[in-house]
Design a protein around this ligand. Structure first.
Ligand code: ADP
Ligand code: ZN
Ligand code: ZN
Length: 743
């Protein structure tokens, strides 16, 4: 390591703590740059190993444990002004610490894409020219250059400068006089100020809000009365007008000169929702989500950070966007799994939203018709204020839910006689029907009728799904695709049969059963083209399709006023899933899908096909509603000492070598035990539910502690210790704090 120079003419020693964009798991100290100042929030280039890396300064002149003589020097400073403020950095570092993430990965992950690389911040102000000297002062020098005089005279009238386009319009082509003037130092190339209005939406005349009903008004008043930090759970049935409450709160906050952050699940951020917000929010609004281009994201991010966007509507990573005047945070559909980042820097955007509001000293509202059990527990234990909207807004009535017992029933491609009859009635009456089946493709497996061969994936412990439209077998876990075989690869029999059904197959049956009836299938395959999902949903909301058939994608937040019947084709695998959260997810999904029925004037019915009509959790959900279900589910969790009554972290590992993951986790377990007090429990290491995926053998070790602080107390020394294990360098591993899913 080269020693720092100690020339006495050097400026005083500045030590910068830097989050380097490399998986180091810690911050590194560097000497400040050879010249110029350095502040937290600026990106820098730093020497690392034999190369140079991008980094972000997070602190300056903190005590360092490294002797100054051994510190290397920052090579270059990339930003003239910091990209992140002190609050943003402290929030990100807090999150990194809590989730045991890598600081570089977390900080750079929070920036828009181009800024994660060494690019300068986007500058899309138009180029132009500016006068450096008034025309009058240099008149004599230009006596014999009338064109230059003309150009300089015009520029002198515009101290901010003029765009190339404006100059051209006024004076025609003035390239050569400008070049001559620049050479003499009379004019300068410059960028002109314009607003970032391109990313902001604001309606000139926002729609007037409807009068709130009593429950909505009470909720609004309770939230608005809060001062400083406070967390509210807005627990309102689907269609109860939660969004209306948000819009009122937003208007208040904007009126008080503050900014608002609204987080929604990935799929919830439809054009319908954007449009609804844009029409109602009386201030400039920006939107951030993954389908935007890098440039669009950066513009929106910058508009929010500069305080130009007063409302930021975004998906999970928007929680990290700098908002200098933050006064309100809203998390819609707070139970939704897509608010959890499941790879790289793993975090819960919902939980971070609460932390962020706490840091800003403002209100946070978590809204859902099916709150997560964690959130309900926080509400019931008084940590969050629990507000309820028990009725649908306007005149819509709650849907009626019927169970169709399909044991010993002949099914037509998964459709019972009872459901088909009901569908016919609704369709004859001019209504729309929505069918939900959470399985895409034609059939989940292809089998050989002669020898029993099944279409297994070569890289996963899973079957390959038949996609008939594309004549492919596809593994939904690793993405492997193969041409659909014409004969059995094992016994060469041509008698290959699809077993079970996915949405493609149900579509097929429905088209035969209801010939000519407009039908839309909405799943990941039918909506691959950009904009297709939006197009289908808009058409569906207008009533163009009489049958809507889809997966998960159809279950969330969409307003489909013409739907009077919702059919749930297969609920059962949610009832007996291996994950302890399976019933919670089943209940949330069922209530959310059911919420699509009868959202307008016409009453709705939900028909759920099941082979377990007596399942106690299902019965409770249907008879007594989600709240009663949640009470019982929480009691079970408490009994079993599961979250939210305990706190977990999941250490996962995978490797192409059969034993590597388990071996590493066995060492990890020994390391962790040595660090942990007796109250901390360990489950595993154990092979993952699907042990082999994408050619890698996976295993996991679960840590569980009675309190967060006990868990954090183990994790803090554990991660550096794990990085120190030789085995950790030979495979892929990750720590997931507050995991939502097992492997
Ligand atoms: P949620 O967010 O709880 O699903 P929304 O806010 O989307 O509910 O409201 C559902 C429907 O009811 C929307 O069409 C909305 O315009 C309408 N609505 C909400 N509040 C009222 C109200 N107070 N009066 C009349 N209609 C309302
Ligand atoms: Zn065969
Ligand atoms: Zn696979």
């Amino acid at each position: 390591m080269p020693a720092a120079s100690t020339d006495p003419s050097d400026p005083p020693v500045v030590v910068a703590r830097v989050a380097v964009a490399a998986p180091l798991g810690e911050l590194l100290d560097y000497l400040g740059p050879a010249s110029g100042e350095i502040s937290p929030g600026q990106r820098v280039l730093v020497p690392l190993g034999r190369g140079r890396r991008l980094g972000m300064v997070v602190a300056v002149n903190q005590p360092t444990s490294v002797p100054v003589a051994r510190l290397k020097r920052i090579t270059a400073v990339l930003d003239t002004t910091p990209l992140l403020r002190a609050q943003d950095l402290s929030f990100l570092l807090w999150a990194t610490d809590y989730y045991r993430g890598d600081p570089g990965e977390a900080l750079f992950g929070a920036l828009p894409g181009r800024l994660r690389r060494a690019h300068p911040p986007l500058d899309d102000r138009p180029l132009g020219w500016r006068a450096l000297t008034p025309a009058t002062a240099v008149q004599p020098h230009l006596a014999r250059a009338p064109r230059q005089r003309e150009v300089l005279a015009l520029l002198s009238t515009a101290p901010q400068g003029l765009t190339d386009a404006a100059l051209h319009t006024a004076l025609g082509d003035c390239t050569s006089p400008l070049r001559a003037l620049a050479k003499r130092g009379f004019v300068q190339r410059c960028r002109l100020q314009v607003s970032t209005a391109t990313v902001l939406t604001q309606h000139p005349q926002p729609d007037p809000p409807p009068a709130l009903n009593r429950h909505q008004a009470d909720a609004e008043a309770a939230i608005a009365a809060g001062e400083g930090f406070g967390c509210f759970l807005l627990d309102g049935v689907t269609g109860s007008g939660k969004t209306e409450v948000y819009l009122r709160l937003i208007a208040r906050t904007l009126g008080a000169g503050q900014q608002v952050l609204v987080l929604v699940p990935e799929i919830g951020l439809t054009p319908q929702l954007r449009e609804r917000f844009a029409r109602r929010v009386p201030a400039p609004m920006a939107v951030l989500h993954s389908a935007l281009s890098e440039t669009e994201r950066e513009r929106a991010w910058r508009a929010a950070a500069a305080g130009q966007a007063r409302l930021l509507l975004g998906t999970r990573s928007a929680v990290f966007t700098p908002l200098p005047d933050l006064g309100l945070v809203i998390v819609d559909e707070e139970h939704d799994l897509s608010l959890k980042q499941q790879e790289g820097f793993r975090y819960s955007a919902r939980d971070l939203a609460v932390r962020r509001a706490q840091q800003a000293g403002c209100t946070v509202v978590l809204g859902s018709a099916t709150p997560a059990l964690e959130t309900l527990h926080n509400a019931r234990s008084g940590r969050y204020r629990h507000l309820r909207l028990p009725e649908r807004a306007g005149n819509a009535a709650a849907p009626e839910i019927l169970l169709a017992d399909i044991r010993a029933q002949p099914l037509q491609t998964g459709l019972s006689h009872a459901l088909l009859t009901r569908m016919e009635q609704e369709i004859d009456a001019g209504n729309q029907v929505l069918l939900f089946l959470n399985r895409r493709g034609f059939s989940p497996v292809l089998t050989c009728h002669d020898c029993g061969w099944v279409s297994e994936c070569a890289h996963c412990d899973a079957r390959m799904t038949l996609h008939r439209d594309r004549a492919l077998l596809v593994c939904h876990h690793c993405g492997l695709e193969q041409a659909r075989p014409v004969q059995c690869p094992y016994c060469q029999s041509p008698d290959l049969r699809p077993l079970g059904q996915g949405t493609e197959r149900v579509e097929d049956t429905l088209r035969q059963r209801f010939p000519g009836l407009p039908l839309a299938r909405i799943d990941r395959d039918s909506t691959r083209r950009r904009g297709e999902l939006e197009r289908l949903l808009t058409a569906a909301a207008r009533g163009e399709h009489r049958i809507l058939l889809g997966t998960q994608m159809l279950a969330k937040g969409h307003h489909l006023p013409g739907v009077t019947l919702v059919g749930v084709l297969d609920l059962d695998h949610g009832l007996y899933g291996s994950d302890f959260r399976a019933t919670e997810r089943m209940a949330q999904l069922l209530v959310q899908v059911a919420g699509r029925a009868g959202r307008a004037q016409r009453p709705g019915t939900v028909m759920v096909q099941t082979r377990h009509p007596q399942h106690p959790m299902l019965q409770r959900l249907l008879r007594a509603g989600y709240g009663a279900f949640a009470t019982a589910a929480l009691a079970e969790r408490k009994e079993a000492n599961l979250p939210p009554f305990s706190h977990q972290a999941m250490l996962r590992a995978d490797s192409p070598q059969a034993q590597a993951a388990l071996d590493f986790l066995t060492q990890a377990l020994a390391t962790a035990r040595a660090l942990a007090p007796a109250q901390v429990e360990f489950w595993g290491p154990a092979p993952a539910q699907m042990e082999r995926r994408a050619g890698r053998v996976r295993a996991q070790l679960l840590l569980q502690a009675p309190t967060r602080s006990l868990l954090q107390g183990v994790l803090a020394p554990l991660l550096p210790a794990l990085r120190g294990l030789k085995a950790s360098r030979d495979l892929r591993w990750s720590m997931d704090v507050d995991p939502q899913e097992s492997l």
